[in-house]
Design a protein around this ligand. Structure first.
Ligand code: AP5
Ligand code: MG
Length: 191
């Protein structure tokens, strides 16, 4: 194993965060923690929390910060993350979530923050083939809008902290994975 990895992966909807996180997780042995997947699991279990989350997700809106921060705080406290690190996908999405994350991990608790960069026209074409419950035209447009508005400043925030690495996300899954793992290895080598 290449050493414990603590990473965050950004990218607009359809950039391939989930696809590549699964590969990175297998390669580095760090658990893939996707807040979107966790919320969808709660929806399919039909819990009260899941019913509320479903409303936000169907509209392409963000679940409130205090709820999401609690969910991630609990998840990162589990032994697999404490021991194996983490690959966060879909969190943080707002400045409030970012500050909470650094509060949880500590200032030196993140090795690398990746911006998986895929242009709008390419992600739009990818979304068409997927068919998730929130892949309606309205929700897709709302998610893209919120990504620029809420998550754009988060990327700038991590860049100022010297953590951000931009990786080109256009190409085959294998090509993108090769770029990502090279970028991560460079960062881990500097640690
Ligand atoms: P979330 O599940 O995080 O959705 P998202 O950010 O919109 O991103 P996606 O999962 O749609 O895209 P992805 O980048 O993972 O791409 P994928 O690998 O699937 O969030 C959903 C909702 O949950 C939010 O709207 C919000 O309501 C709520 N939520 C979640 N986290 C939250 C938070 N922190 N705070 C508040 N609310 C939160 O790939 C997409 C498609 O492209 C797939 O079909 C895939 O097969 C294909 N593909 C992947 N790579 C390639 C490639 N290289 N070439 C061709 N096709 C490819
Ligand atoms: Mg995803």
């Amino acid at each position: 194993m290449a050493g414990r990895l603590r990473a965050v992966i950004f990218g607009r909807q359809g950039a391939g965060k989930g696809t590549q996180s699964a590969r990175l997780s297998a390669h580095y042995g760090a658990p893939h923690i996707s807040t979107g997947d966790m919320l969808r699991a709660a929806v399919s279990e039909g819990t009260e929390f899941g019913r509320k989350a479903d409303e936000y997700m169907r509209g392409g809106n963000l679940v409130p910060d205090d709820v999401m921060i609690g969910v991630v705080r609990e998840r990162l406290a589990k032994p697999d993350a404490v021991e194996g690190g983490f690959l966060l996908d879909g969190f943080p999405r707002t400045l409030g979530q970012s500050e909470a994350l650094l509060d949880i991990t500590g200032d030196d608790g993140i090795d690398v923050v990746i911006d998986l960069d895929v242009p709008l026209d390419v992600v739009t074409a990818r979304m068409k083939g997927r068919g998730r419950a929130d892949d309606t035209d309205e929700a897709i447009a709302r998610r893209l809008e919120l990504y620029e508005k809420e998550t754009g400043p988060v990327l700038a925030w991590f860049e100022r902290r010297g953590k951000l690495v931009t990786v080109d996300g256009v190409g085959t899954e294998e090509e993108v994975f090769a770029r990502l793992s090279a970028a991560v290895d460079r960062r881990l080598g500097q640690r």
